[in-house]
Design a protein around this ligand. Structure first.
Ligand SMILES: [Ca+2]
Ligand SMILES: [Ca+2]
Ligand SMILES: [Ca+2]
Length: 288
């Protein structure tokens, strides 16, 4: 069969289009609590007393025990989030249906994330006593101290997570390729860091939550915008909760979820979980 120049051109366009459509998977738009891989974060809780994982409309399973820290991520590249726990007392990582491993010791904070572009999440720990970050089979470095809250994520639009800490309003972000650390200010010592892709820039922007006030800093202009959702005592659970492909401001209050539409500002409320449950969209439980 003879292929005309015109046909070849259209084939090239089709092939390039196909490649472009598949290669770009921005880390910051990932929804790490997406157990059914539909692109929307799931309403889900972990109940420490029984090890229950309750994932709304999807499943209820028991995995882990009291004292375990839920660390849901996609560890094996299925694109669906895996049920997983870290056991501080022994450094055990259990990834349901896959494997278990020992990595880290008592006192370590689990910081699993996508530290390698194009790879699923890596097992990783932050050691507050020394500031050590250790990413299994990949790298280690020092950033932060015992006062730091680790907030790894993609702050540099590199499609990979980088080491980052929040400490009483000071943010330290480590450029993963150069190791250079840059410092920014947003928030104070009673704020919860809630970095997210708040400005739809395919990278994380700095943000804080304090008693219902959300402060979000545009990374290029430095301008801070304020929004209001929730109250004192609420746990912020921002995630891509709706099919708008945008991060939602959201809070968890003892089984109540308030989720704000990022375009209209309308708030939807639902009830799932109870007072002692850990919502799985929150910062320290695998949001990053
Ligand atoms: Ca989902
Ligand atoms: Ca998976
Ligand atoms: Ca404050």
């Amino acid at each position: 069969m003879k292929i005309s120049g015109n046909m070849l051109g259209w084939h090239l366009v089709a092939i390039v289009g196909l490649l472009l459509s598949y290669q770009y998977v921005p880390v910051c738009e990932a929804t790490p609590v997406d157990f059914d891989n539909d692109g929307v974060s799931d309403i889900a809780v972990f109940r420490p007393s029984s090890g229950l994982w309750a994932i709304r409309d999807i499943t209820r399973v028991y995995y882990g025990a009291d004292g375990d820290i839920p660390v849901p991520q996609d560890y094996y590249g299925s694109e669906a989030t895996d049920i997983a726990v870290f056991r501080p007392s022994s450094g055990l990582w259990g990834i349901r249906g896959y494997t278990s491993a020992y990595y880290g010791t008592d006192g370590d904070i689990p910081v699993p994330a996508n530290y390698i572009t194009g790879q699923p999440a890596q097992i990783a720990v932050f050691r507050p006593s020394t500031g050590l970050w250790s990413v299994r089979s990949y790298t280690s470095f020092y950033l932060g101290s015992s006062d730091s809250v680790p907030v790894p994520g993609d702050y540099f639009a590199l499609e990979r997570a980088t080491g980052a800490v929040f400490n009483s309003g000071t943010w330290a972000l480590r450029q993963p390729l150069t190791g250079e650390v840059t410092y920014y200010s947003l928030g104070d010592n009673n704020d919860t860091p809630v970095p997210g892709d708040w400005f739809y820039l395919e990278r994380l922007s700095l943000a804080t939550f304090d008693s219902g006030t959300w402060a979000q800093k545009q990374p290029y202009t430095g301008v801070v915008s304020y929004y209001y959702l929730g109250q004192s005592g609420d746990i912020p659970v921002p995630a891509v909760h709706t099919d708008l492909e945008r991060i939602n401001r959201a809070i968890f209050r003892g089984g109540r979820w308030d989720i704000q539409n990022p375009i209209t500002g309308a708030v939807t409320t639902c009830w799932f979980g109870s007072q002692t449950d850990i919502p799985l969209s929150s910062l320290l439980n695998g949001y990053y």
